[in-house]
Ligand binder design. Structure first.
Ligand SMILES: NC(=O)c1ccc[n+]([C@@H]2O[C@H](COP(=O)([O-])OP(=O)(O)OC[C@H]3O[C@@H](n4cnc5c(N)ncnc54)[C@H](O)[C@@H]3O)[C@@H](O)[C@H]2O)c1
Length: 461
């Protein structure tokens, strides 16, 4: 471990069940090895950070190409600092496809597999169950199974029952949801706002807390269901905050107020805070859309219609479509027009395109008969629709060449340094919809653009 400073903790709830059937492992327990299931964003960051904290870690995935890549020292996606962390800890970090090899020397298993949405909006837990199934005849020597994947409330109880049925009463169960954000995941893991540990017994909770020795953040210990709910509630509230400011921005556009002034002054209220108050094209990514739909589905399944979340999801789905409407009325139709998309990822600092608003915008433009060109410094869109019908350019000027309009979709910092005067001259019509309020309206007017943004003093010509 790099540091053994004790982490401030909250008391374990009094209703926590004493661990009579658990093996006698000291509270300051350091496992022989941690096995992480899933070598995606969360599994790799978790594995590499635990290795950096001094633990021996093995990461298991089912994708042979992913494991080959990791064994050869490469990282399958971009996450700042992750490649260095893996390299620095290569003595303590290994990768495998084999369940038995992963679990053999491990005492703790971390489940970090994906939980994508099903058609009903519920989380698809098939990968979580595949891991539980695989543990049934390999896990007798484990002290704990910890689920980091985002799962509906009640999943822990079901996994607990499955472990009990398999005779694994002595293996502790913990929900330890993850709150890291892509683009800052390593730092978020090592310096979190909080570590949430949900366990049905105090001993297992304290063991898992011990794994985080060296991490600089408060620990919240609670029951399993509450820990599962913390994750869903946090993401739903963040999605709500983004959606709220987008709605205010729309009202600003209609009334002449400026969202920049409004959001800055609103955010100075310490009860509200300045974060997640940037108006734009709506939230995307692998978590907010999926988790807000999963929470809505979970509430509906239990007979409660979550009205507020319904509105948040609906408004967010409309947000990129509003951009198309604005272009359409500005250009008098989109058929035969060339539109450049600047930025494709759901946010800068990542190559992740899951649920990115760019896909909705590209699909809508193509459906309206427009030609779509695009630029992104990091995205690797799969060769499927809409991307297979668009033209990718290696730089911004060539993406803008002879375009009738451009939409700034992702606030990549590179876009601030573009020579916009030269860019305007390359376009057929220098029209820019800045979907992230990244650029200075006055500078864009000077550069010769008709400039539109989100909720800022309507439209600048
Ligand atoms: N990405 C984020 O920013 C983020 C943040 C917080 C929480 N989460 C949650 O963490 C979980 C993982 O998300 P992610 O973004 O890392 O997903 P991901 O799709 O990037 O990675 C999941 C990995 O699990 C592997 N996998 C599937 N079945 C497996 C099995 N049986 N054994 C071993 N590996 C298996 C997949 O091949 C894949 O490599 C999800 O529940 C997600 O909601 C994600």
């Amino acid at each position: 471990m790099t540091d053994t400073t004790p982490i401030p903790t909250t008391p374990v709830p009094t209703e926590a069940v004493p661990s009579t059937s658990l093996p006698s492992v000291p509270v300051s327990f350091v496992p022989r090895r941690i096995a992480v299931f899933g070598a995606g964003y969360i599994g790799l960051v978790t594995g590499a950070c635990f290795a950096d904290l001094g633990h021996r870690v093995v990461v298991r995935d089912i994708l042979p190409e992913r494991i080959d890549l990791l064994r050869s020292g490469d990282v399958p996606f971009f996450e700042p600092g992750l490649g260095d962390l893996i390299l620095r800890n290569k003595e303590r970090l290994s990768f495998t496809l084999d369940v038995r090899e992963a679990v053999r020397d491990a005492e703790v298993v971390y489940v970090c597999v994906d939980t994508p949405p099903t058609a009903s909006g519920d989380a698809d837990l098939s990968r979580v169950w595949a891991v539980v199934e695989a543990l049934k005849d390999t896990a007798a020597h484990l002290v704990a199974v910890v689920v980091k994947s985002t799962v509906p409330v009640g999943t822990g109880d079901r996994v607990r029952a499955a472990l009990d049925e398999a005779g694994l009463h002595h293996v502790g169960y913990v929900s330890n949801p993850e709150f890291t954000a892509e683009g800052s995941a390593v730092d978020d893991f090592l310096r979190p706002d909080r570590v949430v540990i949900g366990a049905s017994d105090e001993t297992t909770a304290r063991w898992v807390e011990g794994l985080y020795a060296g991490v600089d953040g408060p620990v919240e210990i609670m029951d399993v269901a509450s820990a599962e709910m913390v994750k869903l509630a946090s993401n739903a509230l963040l999605a709500t905050k983004i959606t709220f400011i987008n709605e205010i921005a729309t009202v600003c556009e209609a009334t002449g107020a400026d969202i920049e002034h409004v959001a800055r002054a609103v955010g100075r209220d310490h009860r509200l805070g300045p974060h997640f108050l940037n108006a734009g094209l709506g939230y995307g990514g692998s978590c907010f859309p999926k988790d807000s739909r999963a929470l809505r589905a979970m509430a509906s399944n239990s007979g409660y219609p979550f009205q507020l979340l319904n509105a948040v999801i609906e408004v967010n789905e409309l947000q990129p479509r509003r951009a198309i409407q604005r272009l359409k009325s500005e250009l008098g139709g989109l058929r035969g027009r060339r539109v450049a998309l600047l930025g494709l990822t759901f946010k800068p600092g990542t190559d992740d395109m899951r649920e990115a608003p760019s896909a909705v915008i590209a699909s809508r433009l193509l459906a309206e008969g427009a030609e779509v060109t695009c630029w992104d410094p990091m995205a690797r869109p799969a060769p499927v629709e809409p991307w297979s019908s668009t033209t990718r350019h290696p730089d911004v000027p060539s993406a803008l060449s002879r375009a009738d309009a451009a939409v700034l979709v992702t606030e990549w910092p590179e876009l601030v340094d573009v020579d916009w005067s030269a860019a305007a001259r390359r376009m057929r019509t220098p029209l820019l919809l800045d979907g992230r309020n990244l650029l200075e309206p006055a500078a864009m007017l000077d550069a010769g653009f008709t400039y539109m943004s989100v909720g800022r003093a309507t439209r600048h010509r």
